[in-house]
Design a protein around this ligand. Structure first.
Ligand code: TRP
Length: 335
Protein backbone atom coordinates (compact mmCIF):
# COMPACT_ATOMS: atom_id res chain seq x y z
CA UNK A 1 0.00 0.00 0.00
CA UNK A 2 1.36 3.41 -0.83
CA UNK A 3 1.98 5.91 1.93
CA UNK A 4 -0.54 8.60 2.75
CA UNK A 5 0.45 12.08 1.73
CA UNK A 6 1.08 14.73 4.36
CA UNK A 7 1.36 18.38 3.48
CA UNK A 8 2.13 21.35 5.65
CA UNK A 9 3.62 24.80 5.41
CA UNK A 10 5.08 27.44 7.63
CA UNK A 11 5.08 31.15 7.13
CA UNK A 12 8.52 32.60 6.54
CA UNK A 13 8.43 35.44 9.01
CA UNK A 14 11.23 36.13 11.47
CA UNK A 15 13.18 33.68 13.51
CA UNK A 16 11.91 30.40 14.82
CA UNK A 17 11.68 29.90 18.56
CA UNK A 18 11.44 26.87 20.80
CA UNK A 19 7.65 26.92 20.62
CA UNK A 20 7.78 26.55 16.82
CA UNK A 21 10.40 23.85 17.04
CA UNK A 22 8.80 21.72 19.74
CA UNK A 23 5.24 22.42 18.62
CA UNK A 24 5.63 21.95 14.89
CA UNK A 25 8.98 21.00 13.40
CA UNK A 26 9.76 18.15 15.73
CA UNK A 27 6.33 16.62 15.15
CA UNK A 28 6.89 16.63 11.43
CA UNK A 29 10.30 15.11 11.78
CA UNK A 30 9.01 12.41 14.11
CA UNK A 31 6.25 11.20 11.79
CA UNK A 32 7.90 11.76 8.42
CA UNK A 33 8.96 8.15 7.77
CA UNK A 34 5.34 6.96 7.81
CA UNK A 35 4.21 9.34 5.09
CA UNK A 36 4.97 10.86 1.72
CA UNK A 37 5.60 14.45 2.80
CA UNK A 38 5.46 17.85 1.17
CA UNK A 39 6.65 20.72 3.36
CA UNK A 40 6.89 24.23 2.07
CA UNK A 41 7.89 27.73 3.13
CA UNK A 42 4.92 30.01 2.75
CA UNK A 43 6.50 33.19 1.45
CA UNK A 44 3.31 34.18 -0.39
CA UNK A 45 1.50 34.09 2.93
CA UNK A 46 4.28 36.13 4.51
CA UNK A 47 3.36 39.14 2.40
CA UNK A 48 -0.27 39.25 3.55
CA UNK A 49 0.90 41.66 6.23
CA UNK A 50 3.24 44.56 5.44
CA UNK A 51 6.68 43.03 4.85
CA UNK A 52 10.26 44.09 4.26
CA UNK A 53 11.46 43.30 0.72
CA UNK A 54 15.05 43.34 1.93
CA UNK A 55 14.65 40.39 4.28
CA UNK A 56 12.02 38.20 2.60
CA UNK A 57 14.44 36.07 0.57
CA UNK A 58 16.90 35.70 3.44
CA UNK A 59 14.11 34.66 5.82
CA UNK A 60 12.98 32.00 3.38
CA UNK A 61 16.48 30.56 3.05
CA UNK A 62 17.05 30.57 6.78
CA UNK A 63 13.81 28.76 7.34
CA UNK A 64 14.77 26.09 4.83
CA UNK A 65 18.13 25.66 6.55
CA UNK A 66 16.48 25.36 9.96
CA UNK A 67 14.11 22.69 8.71
CA UNK A 68 16.87 20.68 7.11
CA UNK A 69 19.04 21.08 10.20
CA UNK A 70 16.16 19.83 12.35
CA UNK A 71 16.15 16.48 10.61
CA UNK A 72 13.92 16.64 7.56
CA UNK A 73 14.79 13.51 5.59
CA UNK A 74 14.82 14.18 1.87
CA UNK A 75 14.22 10.50 1.13
CA UNK A 76 10.63 10.82 2.27
CA UNK A 77 10.09 14.58 2.35
CA UNK A 78 10.04 17.16 -0.40
CA UNK A 79 10.73 20.71 0.75
CA UNK A 80 10.21 23.74 -1.43
CA UNK A 81 9.41 27.44 -1.54
CA UNK A 82 5.75 28.26 -2.15
CA UNK A 83 6.44 31.10 -4.61
CA UNK A 84 8.61 28.79 -6.73
CA UNK A 85 5.56 26.75 -7.67
CA UNK A 86 3.30 29.10 -9.58
CA UNK A 87 0.36 26.70 -9.43
CA UNK A 88 -0.28 27.90 -5.86
CA UNK A 89 -1.15 31.42 -6.97
CA UNK A 90 -3.04 30.17 -9.98
CA UNK A 91 -5.25 27.70 -8.15
CA UNK A 92 -5.88 30.32 -5.47
CA UNK A 93 -7.43 32.54 -8.14
CA UNK A 94 -9.68 29.77 -9.41
CA UNK A 95 -10.78 28.92 -5.88
CA UNK A 96 -11.42 32.62 -5.17
CA UNK A 97 -14.10 32.55 -7.78
CA UNK A 98 -16.03 29.71 -6.13
CA UNK A 99 -15.55 30.86 -2.53
CA UNK A 100 -18.32 33.00 -1.00
CA UNK A 101 -17.04 36.22 0.52
CA UNK A 102 -18.83 35.64 3.80
CA UNK A 103 -16.92 32.38 4.36
CA UNK A 104 -13.76 34.48 4.56
CA UNK A 105 -15.22 37.31 6.58
CA UNK A 106 -15.93 34.93 9.43
CA UNK A 107 -12.37 33.64 9.78
CA UNK A 108 -11.21 34.33 13.32
CA UNK A 109 -7.58 34.88 12.36
CA UNK A 110 -8.57 37.42 9.71
CA UNK A 111 -10.66 39.35 12.22
CA UNK A 112 -7.85 39.33 14.77
CA UNK A 113 -5.13 40.37 12.33
CA UNK A 114 -7.36 42.96 10.64
CA UNK A 115 -7.98 44.70 13.96
CA UNK A 116 -4.22 44.89 14.54
CA UNK A 117 -3.66 46.46 11.13
CA UNK A 118 -6.29 49.17 11.45
CA UNK A 119 -7.17 50.99 8.22
CA UNK A 120 -4.65 49.37 5.99
CA UNK A 121 -5.90 45.80 5.57
CA UNK A 122 -4.85 44.26 2.26
CA UNK A 123 -7.17 42.00 0.24
CA UNK A 124 -4.45 39.35 0.61
CA UNK A 125 -5.11 39.09 4.31
CA UNK A 126 -8.76 38.25 3.68
CA UNK A 127 -7.73 35.85 0.93
CA UNK A 128 -5.06 34.11 3.03
CA UNK A 129 -7.20 31.00 3.69
CA UNK A 130 -8.02 30.54 0.00
CA UNK A 131 -4.32 30.47 -0.85
CA UNK A 132 -3.90 27.99 1.98
CA UNK A 133 -6.68 25.84 0.49
CA UNK A 134 -4.86 25.94 -2.85
CA UNK A 135 -1.61 24.90 -1.13
CA UNK A 136 -3.29 21.85 0.29
CA UNK A 137 -5.61 20.80 -2.53
CA UNK A 138 -2.88 20.95 -5.20
CA UNK A 139 -1.15 17.95 -3.63
CA UNK A 140 -4.20 15.74 -3.02
CA UNK A 141 -3.05 15.76 0.59
CA UNK A 142 -4.54 13.11 2.87
CA UNK A 143 -3.45 14.74 6.12
CA UNK A 144 -2.53 18.27 7.10
CA UNK A 145 -0.68 18.68 10.42
CA UNK A 146 -1.31 22.13 11.88
CA UNK A 147 -1.73 23.84 15.20
CA UNK A 148 -5.10 24.44 16.80
CA UNK A 149 -5.11 28.02 15.44
CA UNK A 150 -5.31 26.73 11.85
CA UNK A 151 -8.25 24.41 12.39
CA UNK A 152 -10.79 26.84 10.99
CA UNK A 153 -8.69 27.31 7.85
CA UNK A 154 -8.64 23.57 7.32
CA UNK A 155 -12.39 23.33 7.68
CA UNK A 156 -12.67 26.06 5.08
CA UNK A 157 -10.35 24.08 2.79
CA UNK A 158 -12.62 21.07 3.11
CA UNK A 159 -15.67 23.22 2.37
CA UNK A 160 -14.04 24.74 -0.71
CA UNK A 161 -13.01 21.32 -2.02
CA UNK A 162 -16.51 19.98 -1.47
CA UNK A 163 -18.01 22.99 -3.25
CA UNK A 164 -15.77 22.56 -6.29
CA UNK A 165 -16.60 18.88 -6.42
CA UNK A 166 -20.29 19.62 -6.04
CA UNK A 167 -20.39 22.31 -8.73
CA UNK A 168 -17.98 20.87 -11.27
CA UNK A 169 -17.26 17.27 -10.39
CA UNK A 170 -20.63 15.55 -10.33
CA UNK A 171 -19.31 12.55 -12.32
CA UNK A 172 -15.97 12.29 -10.60
CA UNK A 173 -14.61 14.34 -7.68
CA UNK A 174 -11.92 16.78 -8.76
CA UNK A 175 -10.31 17.60 -5.45
CA UNK A 176 -9.42 15.37 -2.55
CA UNK A 177 -10.98 16.46 0.75
CA UNK A 178 -8.12 16.36 3.32
CA UNK A 179 -8.21 15.30 6.96
CA UNK A 180 -6.82 17.62 9.61
CA UNK A 181 -4.14 16.39 11.99
CA UNK A 182 -4.44 18.83 14.85
CA UNK A 183 -1.49 18.87 17.21
CA UNK A 184 -2.12 17.86 20.77
CA UNK A 185 -1.99 20.60 23.34
CA UNK A 186 0.85 18.75 25.04
CA UNK A 187 3.59 20.49 23.13
CA UNK A 188 2.27 23.98 23.76
CA UNK A 189 5.24 26.01 24.90
CA UNK A 190 4.51 29.12 26.92
CA UNK A 191 6.30 32.45 27.29
CA UNK A 192 9.26 32.60 29.68
CA UNK A 193 7.95 35.84 31.15
CA UNK A 194 4.30 34.77 31.53
CA UNK A 195 3.38 31.11 31.79
CA UNK A 196 -0.22 31.77 30.76
CA UNK A 197 0.68 33.13 27.32
CA UNK A 198 1.95 31.16 24.31
CA UNK A 199 5.60 31.67 23.39
CA UNK A 200 5.28 34.02 20.44
CA UNK A 201 7.44 35.86 17.96
CA UNK A 202 5.23 38.92 18.29
CA UNK A 203 5.88 39.37 22.02
CA UNK A 204 7.84 42.64 22.35
CA UNK A 205 10.15 41.12 24.97
CA UNK A 206 12.98 38.98 23.67
CA UNK A 207 13.27 37.48 27.12
CA UNK A 208 9.91 35.79 26.58
CA UNK A 209 11.28 33.30 24.07
CA UNK A 210 14.32 31.21 23.26
CA UNK A 211 15.18 31.38 19.59
CA UNK A 212 16.35 28.20 17.92
CA UNK A 213 19.57 29.99 16.93
CA UNK A 214 20.24 31.69 20.29
CA UNK A 215 23.83 31.47 21.54
CA UNK A 216 24.61 29.56 24.73
CA UNK A 217 25.04 32.89 26.49
CA UNK A 218 21.67 34.18 25.39
CA UNK A 219 20.00 30.96 26.53
CA UNK A 220 21.72 31.19 29.89
CA UNK A 221 20.65 34.79 30.35
CA UNK A 222 17.03 34.19 29.37
CA UNK A 223 16.58 31.21 31.65
CA UNK A 224 18.25 33.08 34.47
CA UNK A 225 15.77 35.91 34.10
CA UNK A 226 12.67 33.86 33.36
CA UNK A 227 9.62 34.16 35.60
CA UNK A 228 9.29 31.63 38.41
CA UNK A 229 7.51 31.53 41.76
CA UNK A 230 8.57 31.46 45.41
CA UNK A 231 7.47 27.86 46.04
CA UNK A 232 10.08 25.18 46.67
CA UNK A 233 9.56 21.77 45.11
CA UNK A 234 8.68 21.74 41.42
CA UNK A 235 5.50 20.14 40.08
CA UNK A 236 3.62 19.74 36.81
CA UNK A 237 -0.02 20.67 36.29
CA UNK A 238 -0.54 23.04 39.20
CA UNK A 239 -2.94 25.69 37.83
CA UNK A 240 -1.47 28.15 40.30
CA UNK A 241 2.01 27.61 38.84
CA UNK A 242 1.86 27.94 35.04
CA UNK A 243 5.53 28.93 34.78
CA UNK A 244 6.60 25.89 36.75
CA UNK A 245 4.61 23.60 34.50
CA UNK A 246 6.06 25.21 31.38
CA UNK A 247 9.68 25.02 32.51
CA UNK A 248 9.33 21.39 33.59
CA UNK A 249 7.72 20.60 30.25
CA UNK A 250 10.64 22.19 28.41
CA UNK A 251 13.07 20.23 30.51
CA UNK A 252 11.17 17.03 29.83
CA UNK A 253 10.92 17.44 26.07
CA UNK A 254 14.39 18.84 25.44
CA UNK A 255 15.97 16.23 27.66
CA UNK A 256 13.97 13.39 26.07
CA UNK A 257 12.69 12.26 29.44
CA UNK A 258 9.30 11.05 30.57
CA UNK A 259 7.01 13.22 32.62
CA UNK A 260 7.24 10.78 35.53
CA UNK A 261 11.04 10.92 35.48
CA UNK A 262 11.07 14.69 35.58
CA UNK A 263 8.38 14.85 38.27
CA UNK A 264 10.45 12.56 40.49
CA UNK A 265 13.73 14.30 39.76
CA UNK A 266 12.43 17.80 40.48
CA UNK A 267 9.95 17.30 43.30
CA UNK A 268 12.31 18.57 45.98
CA UNK A 269 14.27 21.05 43.88
CA UNK A 270 14.35 24.80 44.15
CA UNK A 271 14.78 27.13 41.19
CA UNK A 272 18.44 27.74 41.98
CA UNK A 273 19.12 24.10 41.35
CA UNK A 274 16.73 23.61 38.46
CA UNK A 275 17.64 26.58 36.25
CA UNK A 276 21.25 25.51 35.52
CA UNK A 277 19.95 22.03 34.64
CA UNK A 278 17.40 23.44 32.22
CA UNK A 279 20.03 25.76 30.74
CA UNK A 280 22.45 22.94 30.10
CA UNK A 281 19.75 20.68 28.65
CA UNK A 282 18.52 23.42 26.31
CA UNK A 283 21.99 24.29 25.05
CA UNK A 284 22.79 20.64 24.47
CA UNK A 285 19.54 19.97 22.62
CA UNK A 286 19.98 22.95 20.30
CA UNK A 287 23.68 22.58 19.60
CA UNK A 288 23.50 19.91 16.88
CA UNK A 289 20.74 21.80 15.07
CA UNK A 290 22.68 25.07 15.20
CA UNK A 291 25.82 23.38 14.00
CA UNK A 292 24.06 21.83 11.01
CA UNK A 293 22.28 25.11 10.31
CA UNK A 294 25.52 27.06 10.02
CA UNK A 295 26.99 24.36 7.85
CA UNK A 296 24.04 24.61 5.48
CA UNK A 297 24.04 28.40 5.39
CA UNK A 298 27.70 28.24 4.42
CA UNK A 299 26.90 25.85 1.62
CA UNK A 300 24.47 27.85 -0.49
CA UNK A 301 24.94 25.66 -3.55
CA UNK A 302 23.66 22.64 -1.69
CA UNK A 303 20.76 24.53 -0.15
CA UNK A 304 19.82 25.95 -3.55
CA UNK A 305 19.95 22.52 -5.12
CA UNK A 306 17.63 21.05 -2.48
CA UNK A 307 15.08 23.82 -3.03
CA UNK A 308 15.41 23.61 -6.81
CA UNK A 309 14.77 19.89 -6.80
CA UNK A 310 11.94 20.32 -4.29
CA UNK A 311 10.23 22.90 -6.47
CA UNK A 312 10.55 20.69 -9.50
CA UNK A 313 9.03 17.65 -7.75
CA UNK A 314 6.27 19.78 -6.26
CA UNK A 315 5.48 21.44 -9.59
CA UNK A 316 5.08 18.08 -11.27
CA UNK A 317 2.33 17.12 -8.82
CA UNK A 318 0.75 20.56 -8.52
CA UNK A 319 0.53 21.22 -12.25
CA UNK A 320 -1.43 18.01 -12.79
CA UNK A 321 -4.02 19.03 -10.23
CA UNK A 322 -4.20 22.52 -11.66
CA UNK A 323 -4.79 21.12 -15.15
CA UNK A 324 -7.55 18.86 -13.77
CA UNK A 325 -9.30 21.80 -12.12
CA UNK A 326 -9.01 24.02 -15.20
CA UNK A 327 -10.42 21.28 -17.38
CA UNK A 328 -13.34 20.76 -14.98
CA UNK A 329 -14.08 24.47 -14.91
CA UNK A 330 -14.23 24.45 -18.68
CA UNK A 331 -11.24 26.53 -19.76
CA UNK A 332 -9.96 26.43 -23.31
CA UNK A 333 -6.78 24.38 -23.03
CA UNK A 334 -3.53 26.15 -24.00
CA UNK A 335 -3.23 25.99 -27.81
N1 TRP B 1 -1.24 29.26 7.78
C1 TRP B 1 -0.27 28.32 8.26
C2 TRP B 1 0.27 28.81 9.62
O1 TRP B 1 0.28 29.99 9.89
C3 TRP B 1 0.85 28.13 7.30
C4 TRP B 1 0.35 27.49 6.04
C5 TRP B 1 0.20 28.08 4.82
C6 TRP B 1 -0.07 26.14 5.92
N2 TRP B 1 -0.29 27.16 3.93
C7 TRP B 1 -0.48 25.99 4.56
C8 TRP B 1 -0.17 25.08 6.81
C9 TRP B 1 -0.98 24.75 4.09
C10 TRP B 1 -0.66 23.85 6.33
C11 TRP B 1 -1.07 23.71 5.00
O2 TRP B 1 0.70 28.00 10.39
Amino acid sequence: MSKKRVLSGIQTTGNLHLGNYLGAIRNWVDIQQDYDNFFFFADLHAITVPHDAKTLAENTLKMAAVYLASGIDLNCSTIFVQSHVSAHSELAWLLNCVTPLNWLERMIQFKEKAVKQGENVGVGLLDYPVLMAADILLYDADRVPVGEDQKQHLELTRDIAARVNDQFGKQKPILKVPEPMIRKEGARIMSLTDGTKKMSKSDPSELSRIELLDSADAIKRKIKKCKTDPVKGLTFDDPERPECNNLLTLYQILGNKTKAEVAAECQDMGWGQFKPLLTETTIEALQPIQHKYHELMNNRDYLDSVLREGASKASAVANQTLARVKAALGFLPPL
